[in-house]
Design a protein around this ligand. Sequence first.
Ligand code: TXA
Ligand code: MG
Length: 354
Amino acid sequence: MDTEIVTIEFTQDNLTAAEDRLLREAGEVIRRGGLVAFPTETVYGLGGDALNPASSEKIYRAKGRPSDNPLIVHICRLEDLKKIVARVPEEAYKIADAFWPGPLTMIMEKADIVPLQTTGGLNTVAVRFPSHRVAQKLIEYSGGYVAAPSANLSGKPSPTRAKYVVEDMSGRIDTIIDGGDVGIGLESTIIDLTVTPPQILRPGYVTRQMLEELLGQVEMDRTTMQNDTGEAPKAPGMKYRHYAPKAELLIVEGEQETVIRYINENVTMRRKQGERIGVIATGETCAVYEADVVKNIGSREDRETIAKNLFRVLREFDDAGVDVIYSESFDTDGLGQAIMNRLLKAAGHRLVQV
Ligand code: TXA
Ligand code: MG
């Protein structure tokens, strides 16, 4: 299959007539049962018609993803929620009022119209109303309900720029919309509203604290930060090894000086054995490492930048040809929870405390 790549500069608030036409055409592709990758504020998505079971099956095939892993349905108008959810709970409107459109997904009981192929066989459906204007327009032109997982091959980090979508999806889907780098860089927060109290299944830009301020008590699925709970994650997708770079990844946690010393000692040792070593460092520390490839993920003071850079850095290490990557660790308050959740998954939970 030839994949068409279209660019939407989208620097101002309004789309140009030409951009609007391109999005209408892309919407047509989805209406006809095709697949279109598109930018959102979190990561690039791989979109198909959420109400067409054949489209969802195509999405699984294109990603190489197990079909028990449900897709998120993206909408572009709050009132459309009622059509795909059997019973919209009161909290959903509260949450929508505070965080939609935006980087947050809610799980609710599905309406009959949503095929089980889209929900991975579950009776619940995940719904998100993204804030990215290109995404919104595409959803509108596609008929209003777009199933979209992240636009990466299963197991790889979610794509934060179109180049990575092209690497993973070229030849597998109809169209890729290049809308530049995404703003947030980590996938949406997922909150399950079918349980009381509501439970976060995947931490993201909208933090637990923000949700608790709005709703009172909110729980966090323990498997998001631990892998020894003996429980299966409630979001089926979270059980798979994810974001994993080709090289072995190890997180090192402790006082900054101790971490630096530990990593540098290991670098020296392993280089003697002929290995090439990478380090994920911060703006504060990147100058002190003696590794072959050192990547500055951003300043410790600036979590948003770290979130935005994480998946890009993991992908870049695949091209850097290193055998092992040492990463510094991050505090798990606020956005740090989402950062560490992804980093731990990428590392297969290998964390050394020094
Ligand atoms: O930011 C995002 O959410 C991006 C962009 C494209 O919107 N999408 C995304 O989709 O991250 P995906 O498919 O890569 O991740 C969806 C996660 C999976 O872990 C899946 O198991 C979970 O959501 N999920 C979807 N529907 C669910 C449901 N009904 N119950 C529990 N978990 C669900
Ligand atoms: Mg994904």
